[in-house]
Write a protein that binds this ligand. Sequence first.
Ligand code: USQ
Length: 395
Amino acid sequence: MSLLILGGDGYLGWPTAMHFSSRGYDVTVVDNYFRRNACVTLDSGMLYPVPTLIERARIWHEKTGKEIKVVIGDLSEPEFMRSLFTGNGLTYQWVIDKKFSGEPETVIHYAEQPSAPYSVANYKQADFTLINNLRVTNNLIWAIRDFSPETHIIKLGTMGVYGTPNIDIEEGWLDIEHKGRKDKFLFPRQASSLYHTTKIMDTDLGWFGVRMWDLSITDLMQGPVYGIDTEESTIDERLRTLFNYDEVFGTIVNRFIVQSIVGYPLTVYGEGGQTRGYLNIKDTLQCIAASEKHPAKKGELKIYNQIMETFSANQLAELTQKVGNKLGYDVKVEHIENPRKEAEKHYYNPTYQGLQDIGVTPHLLNEDSMSEMFGVVAKYKKNIRKDVIFKGVKW
Ligand code: USQ
């Protein structure tokens, strides 16, 4: 089975590549190093240096004998995207068997600018986010339409597209009855960052491709992810995924653990009642794997809400404080003025049974799983820079 991972250098992309490679898939990863380069430009916090994608593929091969093919390039360029499906003009930066893998059975699309604060910090970053995220998705659906119509696209979406409505959130679709007639529509979307807005628009591009060209797409509406290690990263610590703890690319749980370890008061934004659906990075891999095994049919847009449980920012701070204190850290919690424009008290009741129905078994966030993360992060304590934890990117 041939599998193409777009955005293969990212927090989720590299662990996904190892996961499928270790299970016998012929994996090609593609990336333009946007995330790494942005971390350098923005002077963001990475917990430890991460070898380049090419070095990681080499280490993976040394340790497992398996090959992950690496292609470096900008997927917002249509011809580059198309070369991945035709082999014409395609150059592998790291490969053992130079033969083109052919049209992939599945494409996993992570190749978007993923940070809400990045997208609203200034007009240039907003422009980049819109252009990159929408062009890459558009190039992908055209390449599939033209060269590989049987390919299943698994696209990463986000729970943030729904916002925090005062009704239950369904898995992607909503049955509506209006003036005595019924129909099914995409659940109303109302994003509160430009990044999240591009995620509404990329779903719409996919939905267009499904209706016009019979594409098959699974859209995974994911919540904030936490965690470091996955089954494969334990083979060699150089295979660990990149881990940010700054406010732009770091997500809340990862940030809180880092903050606890260096004695930085936990940065709860505003009242802390903001509730989101969370999942362990190990479960992201399970969800992608289950989606690959249960593909959408041709002409179908399947949508799952990819979360395992919900927490408010306050609940996450309480849990982190409890675990941190037990481990001997003096963890303080501080409510700072919310730099974001978001509801701090709201109704939140999303449905998220679909992925568990196709075989995902959640790893829940509790004292044990959090202590384990503390253990890994603490090893890199000397690398943690307090000055990048909160710079105050405002909406
Ligand atoms: N928060 C704090 N303190 C912090 C950081 C965050 O209180 O130090 C709060 C935020 O205000 C927000 C919540 O925690 O209400 C989650 O924030 P986050 O930074 O962990 O995640 P977010 O910006 O929402 O974005 C992340 C990923 C994005 C993904 C999204 C899923 O970066 O790629 O799409 O999670 S969701 O949030 O469901 O839209």
